[in-house]
Design a protein around this ligand. Sequence first.
Ligand SMILES: [Zn+2]
Length: 420
Amino acid sequence: MKFIPGNGGNGFGASFCILGVVQQCLLATAWAQENHAEMVQVSEKASQVHRQSYVFDGHNDLPWVIRSDGSRSFEVIDISRDQPEMHTDIPRLRAGGVGAQYWSVYVPANTAASGKSHQMTIEQIEIVQAMCEKYPDIFRLCLNYEDILKARTEQKIASLIGVEGGHSIENSLEKLRRLFNMGARYMTLTHSETLDWADSCSDEAKSDGLSEFGKEVVREMNRLGMLVDISHVSPQTMQAALDTSEAPVIFSHSSARSVADHPRNVPDEILKQMPKNGGVVMVNFFSGFVVAESAENTKDMFERGCALRAKYGDDEEAIRKEMAAFRAKKPILPGTIHDLVDHIDHIAKVAGVDHVGIGSDYDGVSVLPKGLEDVSTYPAITQILLDRGYSEADIHKIMSGNILRVIRESETVAKWLQAK
Ligand SMILES: [Zn+2]
């Protein structure tokens, strides 16, 4: 639900965002207990196919939840135990066959105004580091392709760090390099607000894509070996990044715009360019981006949120009241896991099966399709892909192979650029 400008959530401040997640999760968990088994029966065959490989997910917001609860500590939220009010915990990561994860070190875009973005991003990186230290038998912090292979050999969850929004570098290549040195391995060029150098899909354009400095940022990321993530950016910025980047790019958590018309999703003319670039579109599970009718309502809600913020400023209570009434009229319908697989199908058709992956956005969104309630549900995707005629090899590419290829290629490009 991090798609309305001005804060970390839906236009109402981070606390409401998390409260929303909690409420939705409780509902989702109750639903899962009652209906999950009926939604998709995972056969022994599908289970076997799923476990022969593993899930490498492009985006999970657990670190922000750990920050938002006020503790920033895994002593308070012990994820080795069931955490039914969240989407993510270790038992469910294991049940879902998650073998690698980009943990998002998101901080709201409006922290840039007070000069806190960079510092807060570093604190979020420290949360991921603390998680790997607290559960050393479960997670291994990974900085490169070799590390990921090692983590897999040790049967640990390869844990990588993704920065969500170029505001975190505060217009400084030096700060970009610092984040890389601290372990960040992708950066989404923008979040919900347009920057001085890159345009967001949910804000006014300033640079018609990327400014000269924006192109410099992309080139420096190529040189470092940091993936250029073009989720959240405008189509012009997607195009500019594709034209500038020498390495494959990623969409860490975006779905297909032809299936559900929302600006956060990827248009076909961009999808068609993925084979040439070599990158991967990792599908977002949020019902507001996945289900066509919900995408319409999410867009309307976004515009309404912006208008209310302009009208009421910081009066969260007034905004909350009007938005609740608006939501009641135009709800985000959850849809089902089949709606999500429609996005995978479309991207596989238009971009090719070598260019689609998984980027759930778990613990960052409020409404999820039925059958995809939490990180334990990925095997059901494998089941539906088998039902739709995908080969085992193609399923493994979608689950992890494609993003692994992108990481390896980006490291090759970085070495080549550094030698130049
Ligand atoms: Zn996001």
